[in-house]
Ligand binder design. Structure first.
Ligand code: HEC
Length: 186
């Protein structure tokens, strides 16, 4: 073997050796790293909302296609029924649909944080509103996410609802809010 070739092989072997050592050092570093929990109540609320909103989005589309089935609940009744079902399991969070212009009195805001949050998301549809609030002697992290008329059926149905205080909802408009509450104490 020529000296030049030998030198190339030595260089490659050295490079591989170095890469292996770096990999080992990184692994050792990883094992040394202590568990430092950085998940915050906001992350939990945002994650719950991602699931709730996706569910709602898909169900609304399916309902319009007639796939939700005859006699099935509309997307908002579905939302309330699921929320009640999860509450009955004793989970440490809750979620409700609210609006300052609600068609049902049960969906009107009940706390100051809900009122503030709904007013805020109506003006800033791209942002959620977050606050801490005390309810029944317990602290909660409360998030209010804008509930947007993402589908024409949201508007068509609501503008015709018997008790709707508003009959000119438009596509893309904030119709209310999804309120997610996460218990901060057990
Ligand atoms: C087929 C009719 C129908 C469709 C479609 C519909 N809703 Fe509703 N919505 C209702 C009814 C009925 C309620 C009251 C539900 C309850 O309290 O059980 C409601 C409740 C709500 C509320 C709570 C305030 C209120 O008016 O009571 C919001 C906010 C809302 N809907 C937004 C939407 C959005 C956004 C969409 C589309 C993704 C949508 N709705 C689609 C019928 C509908």
């Amino acid at each position: 073997m020529k000296l030049q070739n030998q030198l190339v092989y030595i260089a490659i072997a050295a490079a591989l050796g170095m890469a292996g050592w770096v990999g080992f050092a990184q692994k050792a570093e990883g094992q040394k790293k202590k568990l430092a929990i950085s998940i915050k109540p906001k992350d939990v609320a945002d994650a719950l909302h991602a699931v709730i909103a996706s569910d709602r989005e898909v169900y609304t589309r399916q309902a319009v296609l007639g796939k939700a089935g005859q006699g099935m609940a509309n997307p908002c009744e579905m939302f309330r029924l699921s929320s009640e079902a999860s509450a009955s399991k004793g989970v440490e969070f809750s979620y409700v649909l609210r609006s300052l212009k609600s068609s049902r009195s049960r969906n009107a805001p009940e706390t100051e944080v809900e009122r503030k949050g709904l007013a805020r998301v109506a003006e800033h549809p791209a942002e959620a509103y977050y606050a801490e609030e005390m309810q029944g002697g317990r602290w909660y992290f409360t998030a209010v996410y804008p509930d947007v008329a993402q589908h024409p059926s949201c508007v068509t149905c609501h503008n015709q609802l018997k008790d709707s205080p508003k009959t000119d909802f438009k596509l893309g408009e904030v119709m209310g809010g999804v309120v997610v509450r996460v218990a901060l104490e057990l």
